[in-house]
Design a protein around this ligand. Structure first.
Ligand code: ME8
Length: 520
């Protein structure tokens, strides 16, 4: 059986509709999941919504809804977005589901059995917006002396009876773990932040609340619900079958990759591994903290009014143009900025004018000049072999190497360089002239280009799945010949060329985009 690969996104707070940051995270995880499937891995890809906690309670109250009603309504938007953006998740989890309650209570009981939970009074600073506790020394001062969290959100002084988790006990075990697993936290800058934070000392963590009841009940402690992050993080275990399905758990746990944003790295690399150590459960292999998307360089916020609806962007410019732009233009792991102009410019330059145009030209020439029959035979020149070597190296070595390493933008750069090489070759060979002067040579050139376009389409499939699929369908490439074995199969072209497959007059796969202005 294929090697498992378990990848997750953060689960998103459904206290409002999804924004472009949520879309970005899902798209990046989806490209990685699709790439790993191409590599033959048995991928389990989970995303979903994080529905408990005070923030949900307060938002619901303001809208005269129960938290459950708000969660039901908003979770739907996230699910629809995932479908619209071609997110190939295997499970869309909701933390209000019964199996998740079961998993959260089971991990709680394991931590309790370890002696890591004790009842005490909590007094300290809490940010509802971040659903996070902060120490005095971490706070900053806002306007009029207002105390703010390191993320710039308001904090309030909170006092209540609560269960504590002995986080302090795990300082050294965590440091030892980071040292033994240098790739656990990526990128490097995030790892350094976490190391500094943990080296500075850890205080025990308040992990239950009594002031509201929208959460997973603490076993054996009436009136207490779990701190939302305890149950939120446990979603990753729920998806892997914890605690009842031992076979599934052995298969998918530990997770290979938690993909999350930079603001929640601490929860995933300090609290989560400490909970797991306490419960004697293996730790995930890697946590990657991606950067933030900025709207024309500015942080998006409701008060500034510059929050962008990803569904509108996808509607206007197409899902694949949006996916391609986000993965190509944002250096993965760093912050990135977007604008309508940037999306249009990038999609037109790379997808429409370069790759789309290449495919369109070559398929039309075969359709028109050869009645759609793929040419076969003839001797290749040095130029042909040189192009073959470049494209094959890009698609079978460079792109996968970058994608394995989560350097998504790097992989796409390697890909587009190979596309450019094909276009230079077309311009140099001028097959449209060869039609009259040397038809046999034209056939050799078109055959080589067809092969290159097929390899390029397979390599970019994880990034622009719908368009690449349409192209490969038009090229007669079978659905089960689109994975990493495709590059090593030297017989496919001859098989296709000697079959009764014919190239039809091609439909444009990557239409040229127009910038939508506010007057439109
Ligand atoms: O933090 N650009 O949920 P969330 C890129 N429920 N990514 C962004 C972003 C932006 N502008 N804004 C947010 C939560 N994100 C918790 C997670 S996981 C067990 C619980 C990312 O809805 C953010 O970094 O506030 C996070 O990874 C994800 O979107 C969900 O954020």
């Amino acid at each position: 059986m294929a090697d498992p690969f378990y990848i997750t996104t953060a689960i998103h707070y459904p206290n409002g509709k999804p924004h472009i940051g949520h879309a970005y995270e899902m798209i990046a995880a989806d490209a990685i999941a699709r790439f790993q499937r191409q590599q033959g891995r048995d991928v389990f890809f989970q995303t979903g919504t994080d529905e408990h906690g005070l923030k949900m309670v307060q938002t619901a109250r303001a809208r005269d809804l129960t938290a459950r009603e708000l969660a039901d309504e908003m979770s739907g938007y996230f699910r629809v977005m995932a479908e619209k953006l071609d997110i190939s998740c295997d499970r869309f989890i909701r933390t209000s589901e019964a199996d998740h309650y079961r998993a959260s209570q089971a991990i709680w009981e394991k931590m309790a059995a370890k002696g890591d939970l004790y009842l005490d009074r909590y007094e300290g600073w809490y940010s509802v917006r971040d659903e996070a506790f902060y120490e005095e020394k971490e706070l900053q001062e806002g306007e009029g002396g207002q105390k703010l969290s390191p993320q710039g959100t308001p904090v309030e002084w909170t006092k209540e009876e609560t269960w504590f988790f002995r986080l302090s006990k795990y300082q050294q075990p965590l440091l030892d773990f980071y040292a033994a697993n240098p790739d656990f936290i990526r990128p490097e800058s995030r790892r350094n932040e976490v190391l500094r934070f943990v080296e500075g000392g850890l205080v025990d963590l308040s992990v239950s609340r009594t002031s509201f009841d929208w959460g997973v009940p603490v076993p054996g402690s009436p009136g207490h619900v779990m701190y939302v992050w305890v149950d939120a993080l446990t979603n990753y275990l729920t998806g892997a079958g914890f605690p009842d399905d031992a076979e599934r758990l052995a298969r998918y746990w530990p997770a290979d990759l938690h993909l999350i944003g930079k603001d929640i790295v601490r929860f995933h690399t300090v609290y989560w591994p400490a909970f797991l150590m306490s419960a004697d459960i293996a730790l995930p292999k890697q946590v990657f903290g991606h950067g933030f998307l900025l709207n024309r360089g500015e942080k998006m916020s409701k008060s500034v009014g510059n929050v962008v609806d990803p569904m509108e962007l996808a509607e206007t410019y197409g899902v694949d143009a949006l996916r391609y732009f986000l993965l190509r233009d944002v250096s993965f792991g760093q912050d990135g900025t977007f604008s309508d102009e940037a999306i249009v410019t990038r999609a037109n330059a790379d997808l429409s004018n370069s790759f789309g145009n290449l495919a369109q030209r070559v398929l039309s020439m075969i359709a028109k000049n050869l009645d759609g029959a793929l040419p076969f035979g003839g001797k290749e020149t040095e130029a042909d072999l040189d192009l073959a070597a470049k494209v094959s190296y890009a698609t079978s070595v460079e792109v996968p190497r970058a994608f394995f390493d989560l350097a998504l933008n790097q992989g796409i750069e390697d890909w587009i360089r190979a596309v450019f090489a094909c276009n230079q070759y077309v311009d140099a060979q001028e097959p449209w002239k060869l039609r009259k002067t040397d038809p046999e040579r034209m056939k050799v050139v078109l055959a080589r280009l067809f092969i290159c376009i097929r390899d390029l389409a397979i390599a970019i499939l994880p990034v622009v799945p719908a368009s690449a699929t349409r192209l490969l369908d038009a090229m007669g490439i079978l659905a089960d010949e689109r994975d990493q074995h495709a590059y090593a199969d030297s017989g496919w072209y001859e098989r296709l060329a000697t079959s009764d497959f014919r190239v039809a007059a091609p439909i444009p796969i990557f239409p040229r985009l127009e910038l939508k202005t506010s007057e439109d």
